[in-house]
Design a protein around this ligand. Structure first.
Ligand code: MG
Length: 249
């Protein structure tokens, strides 16, 4: 069931979204060669809890970290680890949600570690641009397929692989709600978008091939090809005048 939010609920979701975005940017200065993903997780946990929130992903379905932190060919759901140390040229995806006063916010960003290759830089740029192509379509009268198609077409235009197995979602009292927001699909298909819907749009884009597999830890999703993958996410509200990005500073 798709929940529609009234103005009061939207104001609360906005607060949770602002906190999750503030956490994302609070971790940025720590993203340097030599830092472990566990150390980054500590920064995120401290930031969210000191602000009076709870990390949305901690213990969600049993996930053992406060955020999902995924490096290079890891697509999503990377478990923060003292054994994973960032090095110059890596790309690191931080996916962090915050629960605050009854509602969640969810966002993700792919950070470069120092100087990265031209190939990686372009992957990050295109994936982030595709998120905004999707957001442009998130307006009343359009359908979910319009978002999906815009994201897919833009990335595939660069020859990139669009991950099929994991998708965006509604956001509210739970961090994962209906409807699903795939990053692939046909324009004009699917659920019609109406004001009051709050959704997370989150393209997961591989440099080479769309295939992914899950590691033996039961969480970490990696590209089948071993190529780099990028992930960007915003939580947005559908309003009368179009999409409003809630995960802003
Ligand atoms: Mg999400």
């Amino acid at each position: 069931m798709i929940e529609l939010r009234n103005a009061q609920e939207l104001a609360k979701i906005s607060q949770a979204c602002k906190l999750s975005n503030a956490a994302l940017w609070a971790v940025e200065p720590y993203i340097q060669p030599g830092v472990t993903t566990k150390e980054l997780d500590h920064v995120l946990h401290k930031f969210i809890t000191q602000a009076g929130g709870t990390p949305s992903f901690l213990n969600l379905y049993g996930f053992p970290g406060s955020a999902c932190i995924s490096v290079n060919d890891q697509v999503i759901h990377g478990i923060p680890s003292p054994r994973i140390k960032l090095k110059e040229g890596d790309i690191v995806k931080v996916d962090v949600g915050a629960f605050y006063e009854g509602f969640h916010g969810d966002n993700a960003y792919t950070f470069p570690v120092g100087q990265i290759s031209e190939e990686a830089r372009k992957l990050l740029k295109v994936t982030e641009e595709s998120l905004y192509k999707g957001i442009e379509q998130a307006r009343p009268g359009n359908r979910i397929g319009d978002i999906s198609h815009a994201v897919q077409a833009y990335n595939e235009g660069f020859g990139y692989g669009v991950v099929r197995e994991f998708v965006g979602h509604g956001v509210g009292k739970k961090v994962h709600e209906d409807p699903e927001i795939p990053n692939f699909g046909k324009a004009g298909r699917g659920v019609r978008l109406v004001p009051g819907m709050v959704i997370a749009i989150e393209p997961m884009i591989n440099l080479s091939g769309a295939g992914v597999r899950t590691l033996a830890d039961g969480w970490t999703v990696v590209t089948k090809s071993g190529s780099l993958s990028a992930h960007f996410e915003h939580t947005v509200a559908i309003t009368e005048s179009g999409a409003k990005i809630l995960t802003v500073r």
